[in-house]
Ligand binder design. Structure first.
Ligand code: NAP
Length: 483
């Protein structure tokens, strides 16, 4: 009833999808080209979806009788998945992005696991390599699914504390070993006996179950501060699982998309670990943050609050101001007000730069996106290594809703959980203003001696509200900015 679609059309559409994925990813490497990169990669996804339909039309015999039902099922799945993604994407706050990314990763893992399930429970004969690849994809996809759900729960505050008991890592290792042993049995022992592996469905269920349990066990002990890195690891896992299942299905678009996501996730994980000066093994197996709760650091000096208006006026008469945005700015949604304040300072002849730490916020690139959203020109935004030497010559470092990324303990205190993490040298500016609501700690949960320094004043309040007062004070001096 349905005409066969020539394989060349499928191959060509696969190629187009792969090209669009890679080109889109390339454009995402700079904030200037990122929005168009996302659009291009989205077109790639559209081509990949289209190719799935072409595959569906390319069937004969018994499969043809199921074609219409399958297409209706695919369309329903697309409507539900696409609708939910559209709705959540529109609704999500920028601060809740990491949670959303965690859930999407989990969905990718689930999709890979589901493909593996269909393949494993299907009645088609499989060679040893195919079976190994299917099971590997099932394992990695399932770990990624359950681990991502735990990561989501931690980031969303549903799970508030890391769950740690003695011997936990040993137990998790044991669960993984048993899972691998079952997988090996399914591949080798059962096949060697001449028994089809399908004859042991309970072992396949157990394999999936244990893989899901391992994902939970692996993620539970990791602290909230490390969750973005964990998400990035699961992102790489999901890509790998999808790529492996693409091999099983002999679907080039899936293989390429999976490998691109896997490689990008791995690179991002490495970059984040480097920015925190920790190894990936340390992040996964070291109980980050516990030492800080046990040891109270002795900090000299006192906190010296000042009024927002006074700080604003001081900056109007400065020559050079470097602004360090952090997670609190995103919480307050103060980016528009911040740029309004910056334009006033510029109109008064002050040189203003932004210093962005690679792990400022809760997700890589969160600050760049936040500032871009407010229309801050890219040439005002500098990364850590580009600007760190500039603080020495700055009159003011204005730290807004940032804490850990300017904590000098990272340089000096060997017992600090953030020791060795490169930080922005805000303490080296002549004057430091720190905008935060109160005595709240940063993500690492530790004190910050910068706040007690001789050159530092605290400006207490919600970042957006403080910025409004600073703007009013500078305007009160007769300064106005061309918008
Ligand atoms: P941070 O250390 O978490 O500090 C944020 C500060 O903002 C808090 O001290 C809080 O103090 C203040 N704040 C919260 N809401 C505010 C509001 N509405 N107005 C004003 N201030 C507000 O943030 P960060 O300096 O950006 O550091 C990021 C942390 O996340 C680091 O520990 C980093 O290692 C971790 N991390 C990030 C990534 C990533 O990819 N970006 C990955 C892994 C880990 P108050 O409560 O007193 O207001």
């Amino acid at each position: 009833m349905f005409a066969m679609i020539p394989l060349i059309t499928i191959g060509f559409t696969d190629l187009v999808a792969a090209f669009l994925f890679m080109y889109g990813l390339k454009r995402m490497s700079s904030p200037v080209t990122a929005p168009s990169g996302i659009f291009v990669a989205g077109l790639g996804m559209l081509a990949a979806i289209l190719v799935s339909f072409l595959h569906a039309f390319n069937v004969t015999g018994a499969a043809e009788s199921h074609l219409m039902t399958n297409i209706i099922l695919i369309l329903i799945a697309l409507a539900i998945g696409g609708g939910a993604a559209w709705w959540s994407g529109k609704k999500v706050a920028l601060t809740a992005m990491p949670q959303m990314v965690a859930l999407y990763n989990g969905m990718g893992g689930a999709a890979a696991g589901a493909i593996a399930g269909v393949e494993l429970f299907g009645d088609e004969a499989k060679g040893t390599t195919e079976l190994i690849v299917t099971l590997l994809g099932a394992l990695i996809g399932s770990v990624s699914l359950s681990g991502s759900v735990i990561a989501w729960a931690k980031l969303d505050g549903v799970l508030k504390k890391p769950f740690r008991v003695k011997g936990q890592h040993l137990f998790s290792g044991f669960v993984l070993l048993v899972t691998l042993a079952i997988g090996s049995y399914l591949v080798f022992a059962v096949q060697d006996n001449g028994t089809p592996w399908l004859a042991v469905p309970h072992l396949i269920y157990l394999f999936f179950g244990l893989a899901l349990v391992f994902g939970v066990l692996m993620t539970l002990p990791i602290g909230g501060a490390d969750m973005p890195v964990v998400i990035s690891i699961f992102n790489a896992f999901t890509g790998l699982a999808v790529g492996l299942e693409g091999y099983v299905l002999q679907n080039p678009a899936l293989i390429i998309a999976g490998m691109v996501v896997g490689a990008a996730g791995l690179l991002l994980t490495q970059l984040m670990a480097k920015a925190m000066n920790r190894s990936i093994g340390n992040i996964l197996f070291f109980d980050f943050g516990t030492a800080a709760h046990q040891k109270k650091t002795d900090i000299k000096g006192s906190l010296k609050p000042v009024e927002a208006g006074d700080a604003g006026i001081f900056m109007r008469y400065a020559s050079k101001v470097i602004i360090v945005p952090g997670y609190g700015l995103a919480v307050a949604q103060g980016q528009q007000k911040l740029y309004e304040f910056v334009k006033l300072l510029q109109a008064a002849g002050v040189e203003v730069k932004f210093a962005v730490h690679p792990v400022a916020g809760r997700m890589p690139g969160q600050m760049d996106v936040l500032l871009a959203e407010a229309g801050v020109p890219y040439d005002l935004i500098f990364q850590l290594e580009e600007i760190n030497d500039d603080f020495k010559t700055a009159d003011v470092a204005l730290v807004i809703g940032a804490n850990d990324v300017v904590n000098p303990a990272a340089r000096t205190d060997k017992s600090s959980p953030i020791f060795g993490m490169p930080i922005l040298n805000a303490d080296q500016a002549k004057k430091v203003y720190v905008v935060k609501r109160g005595q709240g700690k940063g993500y690492a949960g530790i004190e910050n001696e910068l706040f007690y320094g001789e050159n530092c004043n605290m400006v207490y309040g919600d970042a957006a509200a403080v910025l409004v007062k600073m703007i009013e004070a500078v305007r009160g001096l007769g300064v106005s900015a061309a918008s």
